[in-house]
Design a protein around this ligand. Structure first.
Ligand SMILES: CC(C)(COP(=O)(O)OP(=O)(O)OC[C@H]1O[C@@H](n2cnc3c(N)ncnc32)[C@H](O)[C@@H]1OP(=O)(O)O)[C@@H](O)C(=O)NCCC(=O)NCCS
Length: 498
């Protein structure tokens, strides 16, 4: 079996913070904690010597950034044999030089009409996800082999209904659902996908493909198959006249256009503790942790209700204006709003439900706010009591509070902070009601305004955003150089990836 993967995306992120025994002096401990406010928070209430003892066990990078150290955060181009050959921004480009937005590769190359050679004994296939059996094959490949956390305790468990939603958005193309089968057994052993998206990066609006679900069977790892899959999906996108892509990964590749951090809001702390997702802080007890994460039974906002089909036009208008405030965001159309936000799950199949969207309607029938979250379970690997962690992920939201023409930026930010805390406070109630164990969110959109107040804890995972064949200056990801929430500058990322 291949070693645990640490090139994780979301599932990988866990509540961070574990510490064992050893000793460093108390002054050094003070200095180290000043580098990492999140960690300082976690150790609040402990005396200096205990903190010093605990710190000794953490690796330097963990102390400085709150993230696990590992060989993966390499930044020298020479170590990227494949990516160094691709039209992506490079690490050795001058960091502070003005970056003119545009393609990395100015000329569009001639696109080969045939797929490149596959490993012997394996062959390319186009998956037909309208066929339930084939959708199930993709689901089974991902369930067994997709992203795990660093310690291989959790693995994403995208459901078949989730994949149906994520991979068949408006305009989807069958040929962008690329598989590899073993020629003899016909077993599906690798997958990569794209969906068409209209993406605005600063002033430019691009038709891109959103690449996701790259997965290779554990037995076929480290055979340089990933570059072959990436080149094949690139070719298939090029054939449709698409030359740019957006993708995310937990690992550092050349070169992130932005980096966000994962945050987790416990809804069932006891369970998260038992499965090893959340630690018990050194200055707390299980009972105090449970009490800390209690949420009210009822929502508070007047006019809050589930989104209906009749709301599509208003939600499109509100969300589009809201997302226009970010440096990188999708441009949705009506069909996409319907697809991404209106649940299609029948009343008697709610256990398969993927997305929940709520709106706030005022007395005049105007929708002033909306928020949404989606369901994505993670399998708990090797735990006898619990098979899955039921996680909700914060999806898009919007509020008129951010769009008041008569107010200054500072006034708007103050109002928005209040409003988003109300909205997300109610989102927590609704997530708890559905039965989620945790609500996950990144430091994108305006999340820096509510994460701390709503008791989201810093995760140990980052998510890097990448653009293929598009150069643009770095976009703030909502965290500062110490990887702490950057409320002052916020984030320029308005694109939420699944
Ligand atoms: C990610 C995965 C497909 C990589 O496969 P692999 O067998 O480990 O790697 P290969 O030997 O085939 O290829 C290595 C190349 O792929 C690149 N690569 C690895 N993971 C990548 C990713 N997530 N996105 C883009 N490129 C990636 C590596 O950087 C390397 O290229 P380089 O020499 O330029 O650095 C595989 O580990 C896997 O299925 N993991 C679980 C699912 C997962 O993490 N998917 C990615 C989600 S973002």
């Amino acid at each position: 079996m291949a070693p645990p993967q640490d090139n994780d995306k979301p599932s990988g992120s866990k509540d961070k913070g574990k510490a064992k025994e050893k000793v460093i002096d108390a002054n050094t401990a003070d200095k180290l904690l000043s580098l990492n406010p999140a960690l300082a928070n976690e150790f609040a209430g402990l005396d200096r010597n205990s903190v010093a003892k605990l710190l000794k066990e953490l690796k330097l990078q963990e102390i400085a950034t709150g993230l696990p150290a590992g060989g993966k955060n390499r930044k020298d181009m020479a170590s990227y044999k494949f990516w160094a050959t691709q039209p992506v921004a490079r690490f050795d480009e001058p960091e502070n030089a003005p970056v003119a937005d545009g393609p990395v590769q100015a000329e569009n190359p001639v696109v080969p009409t045939e797929s490149s050679a596959m490993l012997e004994g394996f062959e390319w296939v186009t998956m037909d996800l309208d066929d339930e059996a084939q959708l199930k094959e993709v689901y089974e490949l991902l369930t067994g082999h997709y992203v795990e956390d660093q310690e291989a305790m959790f693995r994403f468990n995208y459901s078949a209904s989730f994949l149906d939603w994520a991979l068949k958005s408006p305009g989807w193309l069958k040929q962008w659902h690329v598989g590899v089968r073993a020629s003899k057994s016909r077993k599906l052993v690798a997958f990569i996908s794209g969906i068409p998206v209209k993406l605005r990066v600063r002033e430019k609006v691009l038709n891109v493909s959103e690449i996701n679900f790259l997965c290779i069977h554990k037995k076929l790892r480290e055979k340089r198959l990933a570059p072959v899959l990436i080149k094949e999906i690139t070719r298939r996108c090029n054939l449709e006249g698409i030359w740019n892509a957006i993708y995310t990964a937990g690992i550092v590749l050349p070169k992130p256009v932005s980096t966000c951090r994962y945050y987790h809001r416990s809804l069932d702390w006891s369970k998260l503790y038992k499965v090893g997702f959340s630690p018990l802080p050194h200055n707390s007890t299980p009972a105090r942790q449970v009490a800390r994460y209690l949420v009210p039974k009822d929502t508070k906002l007047k006019g809050l209700r589930e989104m209906k089909a009749e709301d599509i036009d208003q939600v499109l208008d509100l969300l589009s204006r809201y997302l226009a405030r970010f440096e990188m965001a999708p441009e949705f159309d009506k069909k996409e709003i319907e697809h991404w936000f209106l649940s299609r799950t029948a009343a008697d199949k709610q256990e398969d439900r993927v997305v929940w969207t709520y709106v706030v309607e005022n007395d005049q029938g105007k929708i002033t706010d909306m928020f949404s979250f989606y369901s994505l379970e993670s399998s708990v690997i090797g735990n006898k009591e619990f098979k899955v962690v039921k996680a909700a992920y914060l999806f898009y939201y919007a509020s008129e509070t951010a769009l008041q023409a008569d107010k200054s930026e500072d006034e708007i930010k103050k109002d928005l902070k209040v409003r988003l805390n109300e909205l997300i406070g109610d989102a927590l109630v609704l997530c708890k009601r559905v039965g989620f164990d945790v609500l996950n969110a990144l430091t994108l959109l305006d999340n820096t305004l509510f994460l701390e107040k709503q008791k989201f804890g810093a995760g140990d995972g980052q998510l890097h955003y990448y653009l293929f064949n598009w150069r643009t200056a770095f976009i703030r990801g909502g965290v500062d150089e110490n990887n702490a929430i950057d409320e002052k500058n916020g984030s320029g990322i308005g694109m939420v990836m699944l």
